[in-house]
Write a new protein. Structure first.
Length: 177
């Protein structure tokens, strides 16, 4: 499945130039595993961004406030970047401190994060692909107005730009992407 092909992007993804989709938001079980971007990249067919739940260890927690917090950022700052809003939703969601399955643990069992929409280690990721590095970078920082027109559609998938926000200290406990 490809999302976002239009007369502006061309039908390079093979789905036909039906267009109309510029941002896709997924909040599904095991939406995107860390270091496995190649599993979701084939879905790009002109979309500007794919906002996803990033699962490093655990699974997506069905957090009903995820969409609310994403939308609050738009209401507060319609000129802000869509990717900033997706990042801001992570710390805004409850940390589920009372749920023993929502915590991340290291090999010695020490808790070092978790919750915030994932029942283990993870967070949110937002990715853009473009025919050039400049295109991928410009798409990831589009605001709520510039993301709407199809003439900004991605023209290919040779380069990617991704941003993520972890629900744990991913500087101390890094994962590769």
């Amino acid at each position: 499945m490809n999302w976002g092909e239009s007369n502006w992007s061309g039908a390079w993804g093979g789905a036909g130039a039906v267009g109309g989709t510029n941002v896709v938001v997924l909040a599904a079980s095991f939406a995107e595993m860390s270091n496995r971007g190649q599993e979701v990249w084939p879905s790009f067919g002109g979309i500007h961004m794919l906002a996803n739940v990033l699962v490093h260890e655990g699974d997506t927690r069905d957090e009903p406030s995820r969409g609310f917090w994403f939308g609050v950022s738009y209401a507060a700052n319609p000129s802000g970047a869509v990717s900033d809003a997706w990042m801001a939703a992570v710390p805004s969601m409850p940390d589920d401190a009372g749920d023993p399955f929502s915590r991340c643990r290291n090999s010695s069992g020490q808790i070092y994060g978790g919750g915030h929409g994932v029942n283990g280690c993870g967070g949110h990721i937002i990715t853009s692909l473009g025919a050039t590095s400049a295109e991928a970078s410009s798409l990831i920082f589009e605001n709520w107005f510039s993301v709407r027109p199809d003439f900004n559609d991605a023209k290919g998938t040779g380069y990617f730009h991704a941003r993520w926000m972890c629900n744990f200290d991913c500087d101390t406990y890094p994962f590769g992407y």
